[in-house]
Design a binder for this molecule. Sequence first.
Ligand code: TPP
Ligand code: SF4
Length: 304
Amino acid sequence: MSARKIYQEAPEEYVLPGNSACQGCGSTLALRWILKALGKRTVIVNPASCGCVYVGLYPRTAISVPYIQMAFAAGPAAASGIVGGLAARGEKDVTVVCWAGDGGTADIGVSSLSGTAERNTDYIYFCYDNEAYMNTGTQRSGSTPAGAWTTTTPLGKKENKKDMALIMAAHRIPYVATTCSSYPIDIYNKTKKAKNIKGMRYIHILVPCPPGWRFDTGLTVKIGRLAVQSGMWLLYEVENGVFRLSPPSRTIIEKPEKRIPVREYIRAQERFSRMSDEEIKSLQEIIDKKLEKVAELDGKTLFF
Ligand SMILES: Cc1ncc(C[n+]2csc(CCOP(=O)(O)OP(=O)(O)O)c2C)c(N)n1
Ligand code: SF4
């Protein structure tokens, strides 16, 4: 669907001006398009994270759907309770959502998240991935990529990023997708699709974060695009176990001439300033190999 059609179909805004996000926040950008796709009959559970801050202080909340702040590890459990409560009241037209950061997802919340996936609870879990614990000042998370500076990895993180989307797909839930805040049409379409599927749905969104990744606030959209155009971040869906690349990632895999060197993505951010040219070269080799493998998976059944 084109941006014009989306504006016609969903003119209402649910992420309002006056929120207290940093300038250029990729997370609020993503949430804006998600809520356009879901509409006002949506309940959000938000475990401790930047989201608990940028929503604002009652009664001046900037997100205009019910927004429940929850203890870090209990987000999916709270969402489960709301799903059960709504079913008991016979309310069938409400979408229950968990909106959580990568620390709340890949580290602290993973147990209750996995539990809801195993039970196929009827809700949508969104992980907005700014690749660190940003609300408390940029500590590394299981989702921080190798090489990145954080306050707890001052020389650059040594370990690799945890692949939460594939971990969730391995739970054999009906729908898993990845996207990025720089691709609003992709976010909108995937969220609309997820809305109409029953059971547990998981969407993982890369959201550039200017203070944490250390780039100028005007570059958020560009940085997210560089992540995807370099192959550092892949957009795909796993629907009923079948893996399918989304157009922006399929394009750079099928037409390598459209791919940009990973160096352009890395050097656009201060958080990777410790990475040497040699390290970037070996990262490029890793990505090239990964893209070859991913091309083979396109259209295949990964989990059944
Ligand atoms: C059990 C527990 N430990 C630590 C905290 C402090 N805390 C609040 S938000 C946060 C960071 C959350 O990181 P993430 O989930 O990645 O979301 P982001 O802040 O990046 O939006 C932490 C450590 C807490 N609220 N509860
Ligand atoms: S720290 Fe990053 S994710 Fe958090 S509000 Fe600021 S820009 Fe958004």
